[in-house]
Ligand binder design. Structure first.
Ligand SMILES: Cc1ncc(C[n+]2csc(CCOP(=O)(O)OP(=O)(O)O)c2C)c(N)n1
Ligand SMILES: CC(=O)[C@@H](O)[C@H](O)COP(=O)(O)O
Ligand SMILES: [Mg+2]
Length: 644
């Protein structure tokens, strides 16, 4: 295929270059930008639909606003590839989401144009309001713009921010502009009353178009003020105030978010206004790429390379079963068995493997929107009434609902199952999405139980075990596939709080040599690299299965029969499973050297998951090297001297 050419885009190395373009060139530039983003993502993978949908908006924003002096805050930030291309990172797009490459989300440490780091949704209005208020306090003439999607508007935090930004503080009123990018899509089809409300606003579309065209004609004439007053009066009469106006924002829209001839004059108009402004734009997720327009769910993100001419195709070799699929199958099987089961997702139906469950059990399926806090307390309410809620939630997104876990679930000891997908390193999404902390942040909560299955079969059995438990419980499993073990259809409860020995030193033909007898206590899928390392070291390996309740007897037995213990987890060392073992040993008065292996006390960047695990020393070689480094020579390879 001939190499694509981008004659205009190649001249744009900053928004200042963009702003020097004749306005008549902007449509052509947007076309090249869209083609470039599609071509780039087809080579690297990454988010697609939302980026194609913000091409014109991005051009218009950088054309009208004096970026980076004026601040743009992108909500979630998964739609910022066009922004990155226009702000000097066009050539770096080939490194997107790769180790050492640029992030898939805005990062303050990546560019001055990335004014706020995002990744988790619904933070943009709060941050932009902060920036707008800072400008007021410092007496700076600066605009702050939050660009937030209709899906992200379903989070309570967005309304907390509207509620605060819409009023003055000590006489200071922030000049914040909120742009609602309404494409009538989340990752899944949108849910909730807000979506219906926005649809009604969109149906009033004639009003906005007529009003905007009138404004642009009348602008800069004495009549303009008269027309504006009439408009305010007319608005009160013809169209009821929007909810956004009730929050104190001047609402404009809906307008066509792909029409630069609408976007630019409207943004120029709004840029000059004082006080909180709200622009409602209508876009299409995947705009300009037919396959993505037709199936915005499928084309939300590309897991890898694809040919734009044919789109996403199933790989020739069937991919390995993922933990997400194990969960989805278990959820359906469990729902068949127990009518009390209710499945809940905060806007991650596909990612959490609940499409089939939604189809088969529509009355017991709840997508609550991007509302993690609500999802947990909603579950608590269900549990109060004797139902059995299962909250399917990414480890990282559960961080949003910490108080709900403590205050609404654990204190009342309610039977809620938290199925924590993406536990541990997630790879391409990087630090914002890593599920590194759930063991530490749940272990300290009384009544909470924590299960760490080691493979696909253990995951199914652990979910079943957790579901039978009469109290709050998390089951954590990583993104992607596991060791590939066979999964037993029969669901069997695991002995509560019990681990098992998977390998015994000295009993597997290994020549023990003279080194210390070592026992490795593995929590979760790191069992498998631990077994590999243990084969080389001839060490004992325990599959602990539970972080809480911990199998204290097994810990004590291993401490008494070995010279040293090693704990391994794909979770933060600080406060993790290893800390639980240390606490257990101390409580039992057992003083044995312990090496705690896990994720470091630093944010692990984006990259290939296997490479990141190796970087963190959690692959077999890393575990082995850490043990050798701490406990001296390689025990099983040390041959006793001939005369010994
Ligand atoms: C707190 C949080 N929960 C869930 C997600 C996962 N997520 C990423 S994008 C998205 C949908 C966002 O929809 P919208 O804001 O409308 O943007 P669009 O993809 O339509 O451009 C979700 C649920 C997230 N990033 N943050
Ligand atoms: C932007 C966002 O938060 C989601 O799209 C997330 O990237 C999905 O992650 P998975 O690809 O692990 O489902
Ligand atoms: Mg949307």
């Amino acid at each position: 295929m001939a190499a694509m050419s981008y004659p205009l885009l190649e001249k744009i190395n900053s928004p200042a270059d963009l702003r020097r373009l004749p306005r008549t060139e902007l449509v052509k530039l947007a076309g090249e930008l869209r083609a470039y983003v599609l071509d780039s993502v087809s080579k690297t993978g990454g988010h697609l639909g939302s980026n194609l949908g913000t091409v014109e908006l991005t051009v218009a924003l950088h054309y009208v606003f004096n970026t980076p002096h004026d601040r743009l805050v992108w909500d979630v930030g998964h739609q910022t590839y066009p922004h990155k291309v226009l702000t000097g990172r066009r050539e770096q797009m080939s490194s997107l989401r790769q180790l050492g490459g640029i992030s898939g989300f805005p990062r303050r440490d990546e560019s001055e144009y990335d004014t706020f780091g995002t990744g988790h949704s619904s933070t943009s209005i709060s941050a932009a309001h902060g920036m707008a208020m800072a400008a007021k306090i410092k007496g700076e003439d600066r605009k702050a713009v939050a660009i937030i999607g209709d899906g992200s508007m379903t989070a309570g935090m967005a309304f907390e921010a509207l509620n605060n930004a819409g009023v003055s503080h000590g006489g200071l009123l922030g000049d914040v502009l909120v742009i609602l990018n309404d494409n009538d899509m989340s990752i899944s089809p949108p849910v909730g009353a807000l979506n219906k409300y926005l649809a009604r606003l969109m149906s009033g579309k004639f009003y906005a178009t007529a009003r905007e065209s009138a404004k642009s004609v009348l602008k800069n004439t004495p009549l303009y003020e008269v027309a504006r007053r009439f408009e305010e009066h007319a608005k009160g009469m013809v169209v009821p105030g929007t909810i956004f106006e009730e929050f104190g924002f001047n609402y404009v829209g809906p307008i066509d978010g792909h029409d630069l001839e609408s976007l630019i004059p409207t943004l120029e108009n709004l840029r000059g206004k004082k006080g909180p402004q709200f622009l409602h734009i209508v876009t299409k997720k995947g705009a300009g790429y037919k396959l993505a327009e037709a199936d915005p769910v499928k084309y939300h993100a590309a897991s890898g390379k694809f040919d734009p001419a044919i789109g996403f195709v199933k790989p020739a070799t069937p991919p390995k079963t993922t933990f997400t699929q194990i969960f989805g199958e278990w959820l359906c099987d469990m729902a068949e068995q127990d009518q009390r089961l209710v499945g809940i997702t905060p806007a991650m139906r596909e990612g959490s493997g609940m499409v089939e469950f939604h189809k088969r059990f529509p009355t017991r399926y709840h997508d609550v929107g991007i509302a993690e806090q609500h999802s947990v307390t909603f579950a608590a309410g269900l549990a109060c009434e004797g139902l059995k809620p299962v909250v399917a939630i990414y480890s990282t997104f559960l961080q949003r609902a910490y108080d709900q876990m403590v205050h609404d679930v654990a204190i009342q000891n309610l039977a809620v199952v938290f199925a924590l997908d993406r536990a541990g390193l997630v790879g391409a999404d990087g630090a914002t999405h890593a599920g590194n902390y759930d063991i530490a942040y749940t272990r300290c909560i009384p009544n909470m139980a924590i299960l760490t299955p080691a493979d696909e079969n253990e995951c199914r059995q652990a979910l079943f075990t957790a579901f039978r438990h009469e109290g709050p419980v998390t089951v954590r499993y990583p993104r992607g596939a596991g060791a590939g073990v066979a999964v037993e259809k029969q669901m069997t409860a695991q002995p509560w709080g019990k681990g098992e020995i998977r390998r015994e030193a000295g009993k597997n033909g290994g020549n023990r040599g003279s080194g210390p007898r070592i026992a490795i206590l593995a929590f979760g899928t790191v069992l498998y690299p631990a077994l590999e390392a243990a084969d080389r070291l001839d060490a004992t390996v325990a599959n602990m299965r539970f972080v809480k309740p911990l199998d204290h007897e097994l810990v004590a037995e291993l401490a008494r029969s070995h010279d040293a213990l090693v704990t391994v987890e794909e979770g933060c060392v600080m406060g993790g499973a290893g800390s639980a073992v240390l606490e257990s040993l101390q409580a039992a008065g057992l003083n044995v050297p312990v090496l705690v292996l896990g994720l470091p006390d630093e944010f692990v960047e984006h990259g290939d998951p296997a490479k990141l695990m190796a970087l963190c020393g959690l692959d077999a070689a890393g575990i082995e090297q850490s043990i050798l480094k701490r406990f001296g020579a390689r025990p099983s390879l040390v041959r006793p001297a001939a005369n010994q």
